[in-house]
Design a binder for this molecule. Sequence first.
Ligand SMILES: [Zn+2]
Ligand SMILES: [Zn+2]
Length: 413
Amino acid sequence: MTVEAAPEGAFAIGCASCGAVQAAPRAAPRGVLLSCRLCEAQFERTSGRSLDAALASAGATFLLLIPANLFPLMTTAAMGATRTSHLASTAAAMWRDNRPWVGIFVSLFLIVIPLVRFGVLSVVLAEVRSGRIGHHTGRAFRLDQELEMWAMSDVFLLALMVTYARLTTSISVRLDIGAYCFIAAGIMTLVTRAFLDRRAVWEAISPSPSVAPAGPAVICNACGFVLPETMNGGHCPRCGNTIHARRPGAVRRAAALTIAAFLLYIPANLYPIATLPIGFSSTHYTVLEGVRDLFQAKLFALAGVIFCASFLIPILKLVGMSWFITSVVRRSRRHLVLKTRLYRAVEEIGRWSMIDPFVIGAFVPVMHYNNFVYARAEPAAAAFSFVVVGTMLAARCFDPRLMWDAAEIRHHD
Ligand SMILES: [Zn+2]
Ligand SMILES: [Zn+2]
């Protein structure tokens, strides 16, 4: 791949989706969206983004997560007794019910990773804002970006809504202070995402070269820095990531994870995912029976959300990943723009499938009354969580640029 020399006032921008390198104006007029000339991917928009607002909302998210973890989430009352849950008791209940993997995923995605992610992001943005950028700033921001998809406070926000709406149709339920803090933290997670201009942060940490390297170039997988091809195998000067022209073992790893997820998808849908005490008799539910139950409770919107998140999205991810992998292997030249767009969608929406395991996690600690009225995660909960995590990792390991390489589309003019 060769690169055109960037004109004055422009910098080299690399497309992570197709591998094309092009020159972009350093100060794009407001409202103008830069997009890749090859795959039509939109590079990050700059309008509506603000470093100050991103710092304020990242800091607020971090501070809200502390009481969200410490204070009670939800209280139910039935048969003269009450049950109160904490975020930690959600994970603990999974351990107690012999679903340790679901407990580990809940602890990581809802407790540990959000705290680490927003702690790191707040420090990075404060350093960028005050101009005190050190050697570690780029590495810290890379860590933040790698953790972003695994910090699922926003997914739990929706899971809490589903849990509350379902419980309130059959039992007396109250959201506690921890839940309000968590709801606020979930909303602030989305606000941070809306304000954060990632490319501007990378440019502040270390500006892209004004003139693109003459001759073949490689793009850093983590921060998008455009470097001469001689840097391949070395470390990115901006973020410390090891430079690979393409993600190593991309097809092999993505294929192995996709096949594993396909195999687990069968038990995940065939076996019960949870036992829930709806109408005061505990009953097994598979994923689709859970959707049917929400539908019968006239919670149509929530039934739609769960159907999409738990049934459609996993199917879309599995079929999509299989298509991308086979098109690299078969050197297909067809539908490249569509496949690239679909790949980005698969990578983006995959995490929302964790909503079902989170709903079960929120149900279990507040619905344990006696040997007849109880909620419990069932075997499919672990299989289902592995399908979600496996497909997220598959999308992560895959490199969409291989689809363009396989089609032998020239990157230079
Ligand atoms: Zn592109
Ligand atoms: Zn980098």
